[in-house]
Design a binder for this molecule. Structure first.
Ligand code: MEV
Length: 424
């Protein structure tokens, strides 16, 4: 079915009200719809989210404007405020620790992985030979297949994996890795089955080949550091020392309590996801990998850590971010292309650093609010326009309501009440 037929079908099945069919039509792009039609399947319209800019990100001494795509009010404001604050205090220092990505070939075999690992060099040579043509361009760009290791799956008899390490230069590399794995698997099984010292009673059989979105070695670190005295703009009614102590306690709670850690990290992902989405990267992959990293000790914990020493407040985020700046939506979605331009066409490593800075900025703003004024005061002020739209306020009503709540606390029911009075 073409788009019109799909909409007609939905209308006939009464799955869609006629006015929704009309708004689906309204949200089609007037002249670039063909670009969006090719992105996914069964498309009947586009889903619009705000594209915002958080300015003043000073990262390794260079200023960036950071594009953010997010539906939640106050996130961009918090990122912008924190970025300006840190720009006045030395900015964010970032470094990429490593960029290794992983692929897995799972297989059944009645042998011991130690034996396979003892043939590692030979197997790596085989892997490189059979993927020669696929990896040629990637090797020119500094990537390729870096290593292989065999591991047995815990709690499963005769079930193993070849864990293959890749570098994928500026691409996220999912297709590259998967193509390599699917090429390698039959050769690897043949190698095992034909080797005198490896063959087992039952032949080795490949079960599946896929990249792993757990990339603990595709890691970036971002730090912001200042004298405690400089924290005054965030300290609210507290002294800077009290503020720093309260902040330290909040981070320690997030390190030790998984319930808090999830929310603390969610504040980090407010920044991370918004930039990942703006640049057309796979936010599910980023989330899955980084959340698993947060639980690498066996207990889910904070992705940030704080060090207060010699009157110096040093806040650090360490997070795996397997991002790409070539291929995928990054180069086809017009808004992702715009985001990349605004970020000055970063390499994948540079993008990892900018995304980490956005994550740290948002988390810093959130925790600073939580330990001082509380989150609702600022959040509800910025959320007020959403509440007013929800209550279908007219422009005149919006203007009176904004005036009324300028210096008072905002809640949904208070706004509702105020409008009710206004409409009497
Ligand atoms: C809301 O989007 C994010 C926060 O809950 C993060 C946090 O609690 O640290 C405010």
């Amino acid at each position: 079915m073409n788009r019109e037929e799909k909409v007609k079908c939905l209308l006939e099945q009464q799955a869609l009200a006629p006015h929704l069919a009309e708004s689906f039509r309204e949200f089609l792009h007037p002249n670039k719809q063909h670009l969006f039609n090719d992105i996914s399947e069964n498309i009947i319209s586009n889903y619009i989210l705000p594209f915002s800019i958080a300015p003043n990100f000073l990262v390794n001494d260079k200023i960036y404007l950071v594009p953010m795509v997010i539906e939640e009010s106050s996130v961009v404001a918090a990122a912008s405020k924190a970025a300006s604050f840190w720009a006045r205090n030395g900015g964010f220092r970032t470094k990429v620790i490593n960029t290794l990505k992983n692929g897995q070939i799972h297989f059944t075999w009645m042998g011991d992985c130690a034996a396979l690992n003892s043939f590692k060099d030979e197997i790596l040579e085989l892997i490189n030979n059979v993927t020669e043509r696929i990896t040629k361009k990637m090797r020119k760009r500094g990537g390729g297949i870096m290593d292989v290791e065999f591991k047995s799956i815990v709690n499963m008899a005769n079930t193993h994996q070849a864990l293959i390490k890749f570098k994928t230069a500026d691409s996220m590399g999912a297709n590259f890795i998967n193509t390599c794995l699917e090429t390698i698997a039959p050769h690897l099984m043949d190698f095992i089955n034909q080797h005198q010292q490896l063959k087992s009673a039952e032949a080795a059989k490949s079960i599946m080949c896929i990249l792993s979105n757990y990339t603990p070695e595709c890691l970036v670190e971002c730090t912001a550091s200042c004298d405690i005295e400089q924290l005054q703009p965030y300290a609210g009614d507290y002294s800077v020392q009290e503020f720093a102590e309260r902040y330290r306690t909040a981070v320690e709670i997030a390190i030790n309590d998984p319930y808090r850690a999830v929310t603390h990290n969610k504040g980090i992902f407010n920044g991370i996801d918004a930039v990942v989405l703006a640049t057309g990267n796979d936010f599910r992959a980023i989330e899955a990998g980084a959340q698993a990293y947060a639980a690498r000790s066996g207990s889910y914990s904070s992705l940030t850590s704080l060090n207060i020493n010699n009157n110096q407040f040093t806040y650090t985020l360490k997070v795996p971010l397997a991002l790409g700046t070539v291929g995928g939506l990054t180069n086809t979605h017009p808004m992702a292309k715009a985001a990349m331009q605004i970020l000055q066409q970063p390499s994948a490593e540079q993008l990892m650093q900018l995304v980490a800075a956005a994550g740290l900025a948002n988390n810093f703003g959130a925790v600073a609010s939580l330990v001082t004024s509380g989150i609702q005061k600022g959040h509800m002020k910025l959320h007020l326009s959403n509440v007013l739209n929800h209550l279908e306020a007219s422009e005149a009503e919006k203007s009176s309501t904004l005036k009324h709540f300028k210096d008072t606390a905002v809640s949904y029911s208070m706004v509702e009440q105020f409008l009710k009075e206004l409409r009497k």
